[in-house]
Design a protein around this ligand. Structure first.
Ligand SMILES: Cc1ncc(COP(=O)(O)O)c(C=O)c1O
Length: 461
């Protein structure tokens, strides 16, 4: 680049960045959205345009952008002790205090916390802990993990196999053999005509039981589930789903791993998604809101019964041979501790509960729009699903990328949402005000109207 020329970040991005989770062909046609700063619920692109971030980044920036207290906490911890690790019995205060805090918050009788850097690696850890545990108990055949179609648990080689979305498998040669999938809880599209939510939930539980019996219960170690599916399209479980699923798991001695990467720390209006949906997990994965995404950190919270057999086993092997250089990184742990304190000090759990009814009413009202076939949500998360025909529920041809088109129209209006196929997801920071909620839905309505006008021009509806 010539000296003095304005740096063309868009062009350089297209030349140099290999984008994660991106339709690379579409990116090369449309170009990136380059952000340069953020404050509160707003972010700004390299042209100075302001957006309201109604997806909290990737369902994660719960405290919004540019929080002084979190920035100061990171700075102070880096000055005090920029790095320390947890290998070979070493430790440090932020990790110890954060582990203790999380054990106290867990929705089950937890005893310990393993730290990672992302939701994906935390779910890999979940798999490895379950395998280590079953090997330590002398049950080497009990290894299969059941996840669900449309579930999302990450993209590492193992966690991508738990994920139940085709684009995370195709061309990557995953899932690896020990991972199986059962039905997504997708009432809008999965239920049979006239089937109640309770009947649908019972059918899904019966299908799960058939799968476990077909595989042999002695080979099935665990079932992993998000309380609500985020990346799968914001799919809420039908009424009574988890109690029915849990009865099957208990019968066959299968552990329940709760993936709270999106739902943890108040997103649903309850501290944990498990509490919102009657889930009684054995272990739990947390990330994202754990640090409000100010620094990367994830946590696997486990009960003592899972940890205890590992003590002797690791003594025999010579090591509990699992961990990352940055497991429990002191700056990330200190920021997470502060974020958890801020949720309480600024009464954000209460705030989410107070503002959720307005958010959910505005979301439900979108059902009147000619393009919207379904709306669904809880707390401060939701989605509307766009359809070609509301009465038949006929979907648009996926190749038309109608959802992506709607997302782009919203972006023109200064609103960031996420298209998941033709479902438009919304998951704003917890710090949104009532005025922000109104602004989000007013802009989304304009985006939907633009999409409808375009669809009519193209004779798609
Ligand atoms: C439920 C769930 N689990 C796991 C992950 C993976 O987390 P990460 O992207 O930090 O690896 C995500 C990411 O969105 C998620 O939503």
């Amino acid at each position: 680049m010539e000296a003095g020329a304005r740096l063309d970040l868009d062009a350089l991005d297209l030349q140099r960045v290999l984008h994660p989770n991106t339709n690379l062909a579409a990116l090369h046609r449309g170009g990136p959205l380059v952000l340069v700063r953020g404050k509160g619920v707003h972010v700004y692109d390299n042209g100075g345009k302001q957006y309201i971030e109604a997806m909290a980044g990737l369902w994660c920036t719960t405290l919004g952008y540019g929080d002084d207290e979190l920035a100061r906490t990171a700075y102070e911890q880096i000055k005090k002790l920029s790095f320390a690790h947890l290998f070979t019995g070493k430790s440090h205060e932020p990790a110890i205090l954060l582990a203790d805090k999380l054990v106290g918050m867990a929705p089950f009788a937890a005893s310990r916390v393993f730290f990672g850097n992302s939701g994906s690696d935390a779910n890999d850890t979940q798999i490895k802990l379950v395998w280590y545990y079953n090997n330590a108990l002398g049950r080497p055949k009990k290894k299969k993990i059941i996840a669900r179609t449309k579930g999302y648990h990450g993209t590492t080689l193992a966690s991508a196999g738990l994920t139940g979305l085709p684009s995370f498998h195709k061309l990557f040669d995953v899932p690896l053999p020990p991972f199986l999938h059962t039905d997504a809880p997708y009432y809008y599209r999965g239920a049979q005509p006239g089937e109640s939510e309770a009947q649908y939930a019972a059918r899904l539980a019966a299908n799960l039981e058939q799968l476990i019996e077909r595989e042999g219960p002695e080979t099935v170690a665990a079932f992993i589930a998000e309380p609500l599916m985020g990346v799968g399209g914001v799919l809420l479980p039908p009424r009574g789903y988890f109690p029915k699923i849990q009865a099957v798991l208990e019968k066959h001695d299968v552990l329940l791993i709760d993936d709270e990467v999106i739902t943890g720390f108040g997103r649903t209006g309850e501290l944990w998604g498990a509490q919102a949906f009657g889930m009684r997990p054995h272990t739990l994965t947390a990330a994202k809101a754990l640090s409000s995404a100010y620094l990367p950190i994830s946590a696997v919270i486990v009960p003592e019964f899972l940890y205890a057999p590992m003590i002797e086993a690791s003594g025999e092997v010579g090591l509990f041979g699992h961990g990352f250089t940055y497991s429990g990184h002191p700056a990330a742990a200190a920021v997470a501790l502060r974020a958890l304190a801020i949720y309480e000090e600024r009464k954000l759990y209460e705030h989410v509960r107070e503002i959720a009814p307005q958010f959910q009413e505005r979301l439900a009202a979108l059902a009147a729009h000619p393009l919207v076939g379904d709306t669904r949500g809880v707390g401060l998360v939701g989605a509307c699903e766009l359809v070609a025909n509301k009465s038949t529920k006929a979907a648009f041809d996926a190749k038309l990328a109608v959802g992506a088109r709607c997302m782009a129209f919203c972006q023109e209006h200064g609103l960031i949402v996420r298209a998941i196929g033709d479902s438009i997801a919304i998951c704003p920071p917890f710090i949104v005000t009532s005025a922000h909620v109104d602004e989000i839905f007013a802009k989304l309505a304009r985006g939907l109207d633009d999409t409808l006008a375009w669809a009519k021009r193209e004779k798609l509806t």
